[in-house]
Design a binder for this molecule. Structure first.
Ligand code: 5GP
Length: 192
């Protein structure tokens, strides 16, 4: 399942709260972004240098990848396919361009777009986190506006992150619905 939406909307917090409700595999992305204080390599992200990331792209090891706010981010393919083929739910917390790539490749994928109550609220949340420079905040707010206008329509579901408990319940319900992915096709892909 893909959870997307503008940076700062609270996807991370949603995914963490969801983990307390139901089991799933969280897809740990690769990124060229520097680790923020408190982030752990291999847990929050696989932190790579430019060459390491380029090698993953070249070797087709990424299910999708995109450039976002000056850094590259991508989903390692193998972990996703293996966990899905084992019958587990897999959650991808990714931005819109990458989400569209996954939806194109896997039309059965469940996709959720998380919207903030308002852009003013999004800005307040970003500033409240205090882990980004002013330049990053301005860049990310611009990108958020763009994502709210364009990519959003492609998603199967949309949830407003006003009340964390309500959003997590809604997403948990969506995840609980049957027939979420074509396991046969995934197993086929594993054999390749
Ligand atoms: P941050 O730098 O704040 O951790 O993440 C910035 C954006 O990159 C977020 O919207 C996050 O969802 C997205 N992102 C994280 N991992 C991936 C990934 O593997 N692929 C793509 N396309 N976006 C990602």
């Amino acid at each position: 399942m893909i959870i997307s939406g503008p940076s700062g909307v609270g996807k991370n917090t949603i995914v963490r709260s969801l983990a307390a409700r139901r089991p799933f595999h969280f897809s740990v992305s690769a990124t060229t972004r520097a680790a923020r204080p408190g982030e752990t390599d291999g847990v929050d992200y696989h932190f790579l240098d430019q060459e390491g990331f380029s090698a993953m792209v070249r070797d087709a090891k990424l299910l999708e990848w995109a450039e976002f706010a000056g850094n590259r981010y991508g989903t390692p393919r193998r972990q996703v396919i293996e966990h899905l083929a084992a019958g587990e739910d897999v959650i991808l917390d990714i931005e819109v361009d990458g989400a569209v790539q996954v939806m194109d490749a896997y039309p059965d994928a469940v996709s959720i777009f998380v919207v903030p109550p308002s852009l003013e609220e999004l800005e307040a949340r970003m500033r409240g986190r205090m882990d980004m420079s002013e330049e990053q905040i301005v860049m990310r707010l611009g990108l958020a506006r763009e994502q709210m206008r364009s990519g959003r329509r492609r998603f199967r579901y949309e949830v407003v992150n006003e009340d964390l408990d309500a959003v997590v319940s809604a997403i948990s319900d969506i995840l609980g619905r049957p027939a979420r992915h074509a396991a046969g096709r995934l197993k086929e892909e594993l054999r390749r």
